[in-house]
Design a protein around this ligand. Structure first.
Ligand SMILES: NC(=O)c1ccc[n+]([C@@H]2O[C@H](COP(=O)([O-])OP(=O)(O)OC[C@H]3O[C@@H](n4cnc5c(N)ncnc54)[C@H](OP(=O)(O)O)[C@@H]3O)[C@@H](O)[C@H]2O)c1
Length: 243
């Protein structure tokens, strides 16, 4: 991010994830923020000075609400959580309708859609009214209905499409209440993390980003966005993708 006088703090939900952790470290290194709040289910303590860990679970609204009450002057909030597969729960992307399982689909929606909605509910009131602020969530290009030519991955695609709609709705509501707020969903590209590990085989090495590379690219995109983003879906190179 461009170094400039700090007037507030940044928050990353999902700081234990591949991209989330890299975002926290990049934001810390930028020197642009008073504090970086780094949230995860198991926050740990191996963070540099200036990073304040907090715990939350996307499926527990009370924990989300308690966490948000600790934030002082948040001006940038990034939701970097997400779920594609979970071997322990028998969750894997479906190749066909036959593979759809109600519990697995419900879990994907709980993590990819409802959790970020609850975060928006509790953090949007904290953002300033009179200066630029940003609420960004990591979504996925496969959640774009307009871009979907391949099909498959029913639950993940549908939960991310629903997330994209939610973010558009947040933007419409905030345009009235906080016109300087920037609201966007971001597609990070394919990034080397636990989430993408089983699906990297056919990805060209120059298209598989390191988490740090992805964090740098996403923060550059965020820097360039204005309230005209209007809850749109933006790729790692700044391209606006179809909903
Ligand atoms: N990696 C890619 O190629 C790629 C591509 C497109 C989009 N994305 C999107 O980018 C985002 C980040 O992905 P990533 O690659 O960094 O994945 P990751 O390394 O698997 O990280 C996922 C994060 O979500 C958190 N999370 C999962 N369930 C949670 C819950 N119940 N409560 C709180 N946190 C929870 C995880 O926390 P725990 O450590 O506690 O599990 C972790 O911090 C996701 O939204 C993903 O869909 C990634």
């Amino acid at each position: 991010m461009e170094a400039e006088a700090s007037e507030g703090s940044a928050v990353v939900f999902g700081a234990s994830g591949g991209i989330g952790r890299a975002l926290v470290l990049r934001l810390r290194a930028s020197g642009c923020f008073d504090t970086i709040y780094a949230g995860s289910r198991d926050p740990g303590s191996d963070w540099p000075d200036g990073v304040v860990p907090f715990d939350f679970d996307l499926t527990d609204e009370a924990l989300i609400a308690a966490a948000t009450r600790r934030f002082v002057n948040p001006i940038l909030v990034i939701v970097a959580t997400g779920l594609l597969h979970d071997e322990a729960r028998g969750i894997a992307p479906e190749k066909s309708l036959r593979a759809i399982d109600a519990d697995a689909m419900a879990r994907l929606f709980a993590i990819n859609t409802i959790g970020p909605a609850l975060i928006a509910k509790h953090v949007m009131p904290l953002l300033p009214k009179d200066c630029r602020s940003v609420f960004a969530v990591l979504s996925a290009k496969v959640g774009s209905i307009g871009d979907n030519a391949l099909g498959g991955w029913h639950s993940y695609r549908a939960s991310k499409a629903a997330l994209n709609m939610l973010i558009r709705n947040v933007a419409i509501e905030m345009a009235r209440e906080k016109p300087q707020a920037v609201i966007a969903a971001l597609h990070p590209g394919t990034v080397d993390s636990d989430l993408s590990k089983p699906f990297q085989r056919n990805v060209a090495s120059d298209k598989l980003f390191t988490p740090d590379q992805a964090a740098r690219q996403l923060l550059t995109v965020i820097d360039g966005l204005t309230p005209d983003a209007a809850g749109g879906l933006f790729a790692w190179d700044g391209t606006r993708l179809p909903w």
